[in-house]
Design a binder for this molecule. Structure first.
Ligand code: SF4
Length: 384
């Protein structure tokens, strides 16, 4: 969205939050638990809502689990506490039932960010993507990092990575998900050091500290130990269909995770989207059309790099891959941050920026909600 009232974009949303005298969390799962733990001593939580009848039979975290039609909705606010990828039907359900977005119900990202900034004067960030390196052993044709287009991978020094982490946590009071991504993170030589550094200095500010692997690289012992010690969970991408030779390695990795007691989740998907930067051309679109494209894209990720936050992480990857120059008005420079700009930074993280879009939207087919370039996951491309 384009900034029109910087520092005040969420005033009306906060007024709506203030009017509520109780809150329900819609989604009795991992995110519901995270939000509940953060809010239980701050706000009146009236219970959870969940569409799963099995969950409605039992309490969750000591709270009753209701069906939507059962709640006492007088002066009640509903916070959606499921992942951005699965919440669309819930939003439809709420709207069909007469609830109004940002008035009666809120996404957890907006609610937490607005509530913390306005009520507690603290900066809450839902998530950030952090890539210490783009080095990868695979060469996926539709890689969202554009790895096949890079002449050389970006492998950042420990000093630069540490400076990013320190700067980020100088500004941010609390983050739901700090995501160490890549490239293949297990190939980054300082990964264990990075986890230890965050673990020792900032773990209390992070709810989920997570990394990901393509399931083809064995993690070193020190990485496994750091993950165990600092409660890092791992997303294990399952690319065995596209990379059949990785079957044995995939099993070995799981065995190691179990041995070290590391929480992991296998991520197997039927399709990928291709951002298709080499064939997409929106250069003749009007400003308004680009703003609508950006707004409808719902890209949930922003990237931390060079002590700056990038409005869209795919646009940021495009800069690293050499597709385009960095645009000053699409980044929030944390070096220039002070507490008087807290709401501004919160708004930026919620999708506001100077133009209401990013330059790369002119070459990008968009994130899942708007992208119809469907491709097979992890299809490998010959290295040139
Ligand atoms: S269209 Fe592409 S560049 Fe634009 S916001 Fe979405 S993912 Fe980012």
């Amino acid at each position: 969205m384009k900034w029109t009232n910087k520092g005040h974009e969420f005033d009306a949303v906060y007024q709506n939050i203030e009017k509520k005298d109780k809150f329900y969390l819609f989604g009795a799962g991992e995110y519901g638990e995270a939000v509940y733990q953060e809010l239980e001593d701050k706000l009146p939580i009236a219970g959870f809502i969940d569409n799963n009848p099995e969950k409605q039979k039992e309490n969750y975290l000591g709270q009753h689990v209701y069906g939507l039609e059962e709640i006492d909705n007088e002066n009640a606010g509903i916070i959606i506490t499921v992942s951005p990828y699965t919440r669309k039907p819930l939003i439809q359900q709420l709207m069909t039932s007469g609830y109004v977005y940002n008035q009666d119900f809120f996404t957890m990202e907006i609610f937490m960010s607005v509530y913390f900034a306005y009520q507690r004067e603290e900066l809450y960030i839902p998530s950030i993507s952090f890539l210490p390196s783009t080095k990868c052993n695979l060469n996926c044709e539709a890689c969202l990092n554009f790895t096949p287009y890079m002449k050389e991978p970006m492998v950042r020094s420990w000093e630069i990575v540490k400076a990013d982490v320190d700067m980020f946590f100088r500004c941010v009071d609390y983050i739901m998900l700090f995501h160490i991504s890549g490239g293949e993170p297990f190939l980054y030589p300082h990964l264990a050091q990075l986890i230890e550094y965050i673990g020792e200095n900032y773990r209390h500010k992070v709810h989920f500290l997570r990394t990901v692997t393509n399931g083809t690289v064995l993690p070193k012992k020190e990485i496994l130990e750091a993950c165990r010690k600092y409660n890092v969970d791992v997303t294990l991408d399952d690319y065995r269909e596209a990379v059949p030779a990785s079957e044995e390695r995939f099993q070995e990795i799981q065995k190691l995770f179990k041995e070290y007691g590391i929480v992991y989740e296998i991520n197997k998907v039927d399709n990928w989207i291709d951002l298709a930067p080499m064939t997409t051309d929106h250069s003749d679109w009007s400003e308004l059309r680009l703003q609508k494209w950006f707004e409808g894209c719902h890209v949930p990720w922003q990237e931390l790099r060079g002590e700056k936050i990038y409005s869209c992480n795919y646009a940021s990857y495009a800069v690293v891959a050499g597709f385009m120059e960095e645009q000053e008005d699409e980044v929030f420079d944390l070096k220039k941050y002070d507490r008087s700009r807290m709401k501004e930074l919160m708004e930026f993280r919620m999708g506001y920026n100077e133009k209401g879009y990013v330059e790369f939207c002119k070459r990008c087919s968009g994130y899942v909600d708007i992208n119809d370039h469907i491709v097979s996951p992890a299809k490998q491309k010959e290295r040139s």
